[in-house]
Design a protein. Structure first.
Length: 121
């Protein structure tokens, strides 16, 4: 699998840096964010490095990443109450780690002033 040597999320996905694992399969690794914006804030990252959603990610991998979202919602107990799925792409969107990742946020009532809406994660 292609990784980027200095990429934080590559290192996490491959076990070089500890994390609180939520889910893992052959293609993705999901872990809890260390600075959660909501009671549930899990990141899903592909094990192969892509900078962002516009980085020619194969359709089957992109589908797999997004098909993992309901699994995470189930594992975290937010499938019934609801959750937000968010992808930041590029510097103007405040993508702080340039490795494609999907945020799954929930566990509380969101409003227009919720950190998950107003904070750039």
């Amino acid at each position: 699998m292609e990784t980027k040597q200095d990429c934080l999320f590559c290192k996490i996905a491959h076990g070089e840096i500890p994390s609180k694992k939520v889910y893992e399969d052959e293609y993705v690794y999901a872990f809890d964010d260390i600075n959660p914006l909501m009671p549930v804030h899990t990141l899903i990252v592909p094990k192969v490095h892509y900078d962002n959603i516009g980085d020619e990610v194969p359709n089957d991998l992109m589908g797999h990443i997004f098909n993992t979202v309901p699994k995470i919602a189930h594992l975290k107990g937010i499938e019934e109450s609801g959750y937000r799925v968010m992808v930041n792409t590029g510097d103007d969107a405040c993508q702080s780690v340039h490795h494609l990742h999907v945020h799954v946020l929930g566990g509380g009532k969101m409003t227009e002033d919720s950190p998950a809406v107003t904070h750039n994660a």
